[in-house]
Every structure is written in structure tokens, then in C-alpha cells.
Ligand binder design. Sequence first.
Ligand SMILES: CC(C)(COP(=O)(O)OP(=O)(O)OC[C@H]1O[C@@H](n2cnc3c(N)ncnc32)[C@H](O)[C@@H]1OP(=O)(O)O)[C@@H](O)C(=O)NCCC(=O)NCCS
Length: 190
Amino acid sequence: MANIRPYRETDKFNVQRVCLQTVNDDVVFEGLNRPNAELFLALYNDYYTEQEPENCLVCTNDADEAVGYIICSDNVKRWRKVFMKEYMPRIRHRKFGEKIIAVGEVVAHSLFAARYPAHLHIDILKEYRGNGTGTQLMDTLVAHLRAKGVRGVQLCVDGHNVRGIRFYKRYGFKTLLNFSQGRAMGFKIL
Ligand SMILES: CC(C)(COP(=O)(O)OP(=O)(O)OC[C@H]1O[C@@H](n2cnc3c(N)ncnc32)[C@H](O)[C@@H]1OP(=O)(O)O)[C@@H](O)C(=O)NCCC(=O)NCCS
């Protein structure tokens, strides 16, 4: 069983590393300066650890280093406000097609915010997958959100991510919307 614990500020580098490494398992991690790092960290990582660290969990190796995470915002409205003000500007010089990804996430999450006020991202380094850690991370986050009275959690997943989609479906997530790049899925907690 993997060790799962709350996120700490000192996990930030390893969490960013997991984010960038899991974008493409086959590309060796080259540090935080690789060309697309700012894009992926602004879109999928830094908001959560910087603004809602209490809704972030990590799984760790024997040295207590984060090798995976589940990071979450428990309130789409708050996320949208802060994300648009502080994180979108970090990618304002990027290509139009890249910024559209962010806009798509904002629209999708906003559409389903009433029934699914929380949204999440989950990533685990390749060598630590397939032994139940993802399920454990999800169980721990769902229990945390339930205790806070959060009704549901949603996410967006790339349409090519067959294993990810299978994992979410098996967990009980339902498809809320199919769009050109992927799908929005939701899980009712209360
Ligand atoms: C999606 C992801 C988070 C799932 O995490 P995980 O730790 O692999 O998940 P689990 O081990 O709980 O379950 C996944 C698989 O392991 C199997 N499994 C679960 N418990 C197991 C156990 N104790 N022993 C062996 N296999 C097990 C499941 O049956 C499942 O099988 P599948 O590959 O046929 O679907 C992980 O694969 C990942 O990080 N993928 C890359 C990044 C990504 O796609 N993130 C989602 C972006 S939206």
C-alpha cells in the first residue's frame, strides 16, 4: 500500500515534476525550464498547491518524496475567479490553441458547477501505477470532500487517455459531456 498524506509546501518541486513527467511518460524529465513547463504548471498544477493546499494529497515513496498526487479545488467559482486573474496571465503570450485549452476547462467546469462544485487532477509516476494507489488517493479525497459537505467532483480527461477514462469509469465517474479534445466526467459525493 502506498503512503498517502496531505500536501506540504516542501512537496512543491516533486509535485511539479510529477505533473510534467506524466504529460508524456516517454520523455525524460528535464527540469522545470522545459519549453512547455510554464503552460502545464499554470493550467494543471500551481493554482491548487498555491491556493488550496488543504485540498491536495500526495502519495510518497520510501524516502517520503511525492511520486503522485491528487489536487483539487472544492469551489469552481472561487477557482475560476483566481485562475482567470492570476494564472491565465502567466500563459497570455502562448499560442491561441493552448489558451483555448484553459478556456475549455473553465467553460466545462462552470457548466457543471452546481452539482459538481469541486474538480480535480490526479497523476502518478509510471512505476507507481496499477497497484491501487490511484484508487486510494481518490478514496481519501472523496472522504475529505464529503466531510466538508461538497456535493460532487468533476474533471476533464483527454479523449486519448484510455487508461485514465477506464480508471474514472471503474471508480464511478459518469460522462457529463463529450467535446472535441476529451470529456468532462463527474462523481456524486452527497
Ligand atoms: C490514472 C491513474 C491516476 C490511475 O492510478 P493507478 O494507481 O494506476 O490506479 P489503480 O491502481 O487504483 O487502478 C488502475 C489499474 O490498476 C488495477 N489495480 C487496482 N488495484 C490493484 C492492485 N492492488 N494490484 C494490481 N492492480 C490493481 C486496476 O484494476 C486498474 O487496472 P486497469 O489498468 O486495467 O484500468 C494513473 O494511471 C496515472 O497517473 N496515469 C497517468 C496520468 C493520467 O492519465 N492522469 C489522469 C489525467 S486526467
